[in-house]
Design a protein around this ligand. Structure first.
Ligand SMILES: Nc1ncnc2c1ncn2[C@@H]1O[C@H](COP(=O)(O)OP(=O)(O)OP(=O)(O)O)[C@@H](O)[C@H]1O
Ligand SMILES: [Mg+2]
Length: 113
């Protein structure tokens, strides 16, 4: 199993959620986040004074999927989140040792579908 961690623009969330569920993802965790990438924040202007915005609002979406589904998940994320402008976000893939559904005690693949 792998955890797919996506950090992207909040505006795309509804479409991303629907597209991920449509390929059979079992669940996801969403966290409001703030961050900065290569651009190190942007410069804003307020009443004639420039100020630095160091972090921008983002959403972090985490989902654990079986290995065989990772490529499809990445494809959906790229298709949904890519505008081509800076700040589209990042995808991180992290190995997951075990998953357990608390209610039933199911382990592994059974616990994430
Ligand atoms: N190396 C990293 N580690 C952890 N989080 C990151 C990393 N790079 C980016 N992020 C997170 O992803 C968000 C979006 O990053 P962003 O899309 O701006 O990446 P980028 O590398 O600057 O690419 P781009 O040039 O397309 O903007 C950031 O606000 C931050 O929360
Ligand atoms: Mg950036």
């Amino acid at each position: 199993m792998k955890k797919v961690e996506v950090i992207t623009r909040p505006e795309v969330f509804k479409e991303l959620r629907d597209n991920l569920f449509s390929i059979g993802v079992g669940g996801m965790t969403v966290t409001e986040a703030a961050g900065t990438g290569k651009q190190k924040g942007v410069e804003g202007m307020f009443r004639g004074t420039t100020f630095e915005i160091k972090v921008l609002p983002k959403l972090k979406i985490e989902l654990v999927v079986e290995d065989g589904k990772v490529d499809q998940v990445i494809e959906v994320i790229q298709r949904t989140c890519k505008t081509g402008s800076v700040g589209d976000g990042k995808i991180f893939i992290i190995p997951v040792e075990e998953a357990i559904r608390i209610r039933t005690g199911e382990h592994g693949k059974e616990a994430i579908i």
